[in-house]
Write a protein that binds this ligand. Sequence first.
Ligand code: NAG
Ligand code: NAG
Ligand code: NAG
Length: 418
Amino acid sequence: MKLLWFVLVTIVHLSVTLVPPEFQWKAVDFAWKFNTREAAVSSGDYIPENNMPAGIARWHDKLFITIPRWKEGIPSSLNYIFLNGSQSQPLNPYPSWEHAFVSRKARRTRSNSTVVSAFRVHVDSCDRLWVVDNGVADMLTNVRQVGAPAILVFDLHENKLLHRHEFNDDVLKESSVLTGIVVENLGPCPCDSFAYIPDMGSNALIVYNLEQNDAWRIENQYFHFDPHSSVYNVGGVEFYWNDGISTAVLSPPRKGHRDIYFHPTSSTKQFRVSSKLLKDKNIPREVLFGAVEVIGDRGPLSQATAADLDLVHNVMFYSQLSRNGISCWNTEKAMTKENVPLILSDCVLLEFPNDVKIDHENNLWILSNRQSRFLYDTLNHSVVNFRILKAPASTLIKGTPCEKMSPIQKAISFIKNT
Ligand SMILES: *[C@@H]1O[C@H](CO)[C@@H](O)[C@H](O)[C@H]1NC(C)=O
Ligand SMILES: *[C@@H]1O[C@H](CO)[C@@H](O)[C@H](O)[C@H]1NC(C)=O
Ligand SMILES: *[C@@H]1O[C@H](CO)[C@@H](O)[C@H](O)[C@H]1NC(C)=O
């Protein structure tokens, strides 16, 4: 009975709030301008089936969409679409075709505004877009460095590059894979900022300070994968990932600092550390080790590529690869399996949910992209493969354990925790 109720709730959620998807594609195409589609196809600069969207972020009437350079034939890694546009609209390179285009044969970038390969991007509270560029092309087949790994900060009103920081060699490793970026702004805009960048490939967190234009590397035992959580089966494809820390999410400010919630992809645990410690470039390793808090375990098969925090309800949303869905957790409650329910699940619409983002109107955006078939099998381009879905966070958590606690529940939880 409990299971039936759960299934019903799930279906109701999906049909009421997420269907039809805001955007969906069988294969992604681009809004061609200075070069024609035909020329790009014949030169191999555009190989439609090799373009798989992996990250999203909303700003006003735009939705940014990243395409990592896993394979050849990706004209532009950083792109956007219009929220008012059609469901399968073509992607626009950002900040422009001229700056975003990277040809198949490129050995280096032509502009300091070019993003060669990005996974996930961040829109901050000062209308800036933060991107961490891995600088590499053809990651799966014949990896080559086209640009220096760098942080790029764009002014979203002017669509102009504000800052570019290229990492020093000692910050990264050969195996580095920079999967995303989150930003802590200190004070009113325009302001100094710290950015936190998970390095999934070499189990590190890179910290960057804008004012000093300096970046440093932090290593920690908790940034490593858990062997018990490294086997996946998604979309009928079994694979093994030993991916370390891939996601960092910031809490609201508390006494001038934030809590950074982080987790490795191949793990079901949640960790937390204060940004106060990470801002100190010379923090001793053992101090940091002692300061990381193990919050809890989301339960079996709950590995998440991405997470984001709804600051209105203090609820974290997680992509759930192995369960084709989304789970949530109210950060004011203890993290137990029961408190991290699967609130959405659909083996077609949500096959490989790869990114989740909360926007400034407190909507949850979800990108699902069938990544396991794309990487290890093949996609069928006669059917829809990439979907972007949206729903208000408040609707999604209604009636679930992620809803706000009553004052009595809060008091009980406080007593239990002390
Ligand atoms: C959609 O929004 C863009 C940017 O705000 C605007 O230029 C365009 O005219 C709009 N298109 C439609 C069909 O409303
Ligand atoms: C980018 O390059 C342009 C042209 O070379 C230069 O004027 C500008 O200052 C550079 N911007 C940054 C943020 O490096
Ligand atoms: C691809 O999908 C179409 C439409 O569902 C189907 O007819 C076709 O058999 C599929 N192709 C493969 C290779 O599975």
